[in-house]
Design a protein around this ligand. Structure first.
Ligand SMILES: Nc1ncnc2c1ncn2[C@@H]1O[C@H](COP(=O)(O)OP(=O)(O)O)[C@@H](O)[C@H]1O
Ligand SMILES: [Mg+2]
Length: 226
């Protein structure tokens, strides 16, 4: 496999491409997106997954997933109570590291994680209210950039409906936030919920998961530098 030069360089330098999935608001899809993009990345390289949420839900997901004989599962880093330490442990061993960030209780930790990362992906539900609620997360990215000026960021709309046009209010809000939005959004699909229940990602669900897996791959194509 030929990697784009920036990825090849990152690998040669033994430095993982590190992606934080963050939004201080709960329920916007951080864990759903972290699990599925990390599963998608296993087709591109070695993947570590850091569970920075103190609830530790990813442990159950990875344990279940590894029971599937041919499942590609990311390596979970959750042993230390300090997620930044877990991230630092994961980085030298993988080509990609995905961090499922905690909700607002742990604001200081999220900021420290952002300082260590290459990219912050911010899932948001497609409503102006949810976009406004992301302002705090975006302010935090600005703070992290004082130490980590190369930090990139993008919003990704989650739970979109097929034919709902983006309202004017949403477009205006997105422009004001000053963070780009990925062209690909994550549709509301029962298969994302079912995958969690079955302890797999949408990549292990065959035809049932194909459309979801395709959109996750498109998101990765937008996020991973070429
Ligand atoms: N694209 C989607 N389609 C259907 N259900 C989704 C989707 N994204 C998230 N969900 C569901 O929404 C709920 C919250 O998502 P979750 O990933 O746990 O958010 P967070 O980690 O930000 O708190 C979960 O029940 C999850 O299964
Ligand atoms: Mg979560």
């Amino acid at each position: 496999m030929t990697w784009p030069p920036s990825i090849a360089n990152a690998m040669a330098n033994n430095k993982a491409f590190t992606l934080a999935v963050a939004n201080l608001k709960g329920g916007c899809g951080k864990t759903t997106i972290s699990t599925n993009i990390s599963a998608g990345l296993t087709q591109r390289g070695r993947v570590g997954l850091v569970d920075a949420d103190p609830q530790g839900a990813l442990k159950h997901w990875v344990d279940w997933g590894s029971k599937e004989a041919d499942a590609q599962v990311p390596v979970l880093y959750s042993d230390h109570t300090d997620p930044v330490q877990n991230l630092k442990l994961a980085q030298p061993n993988h080509d990609f590291v995905v961090v499922d960030c905690p909700p607002s209780l742990d604001m200081a930790i999220t900021c420290q994680l952002m300082i260590e990362c290459d990219f912050v992906l911010i899932p948001v539900l497609p409503s102006p209210l949810d976009l406004w609620a992301s302002t705090q997360t975006i302010d935090m990215i600005e703070r992290a950039r004082k130490t980590n000026p190369k930090l990139k960021a993008a919003l990704v709309l989650n739970q979109t409906e097929p034919r709902s046009a983006m309202s004017r209010a949403m477009q205006t809000t997105i422009e004001r936030l000053g963070v780009p939005v990925l062209t690909t959004s994550v549709r509301r699909r029962a298969v994302y919920r079912n995958a969690v229940v079955e302890g797999v990602s949408v990549f292990q669900l065959g035809a049932r998961g194909r459309s979801a897996a395709d959109e996750i791959n498109q998101i990765l194509n937008e996020v991973i530098p070429s």
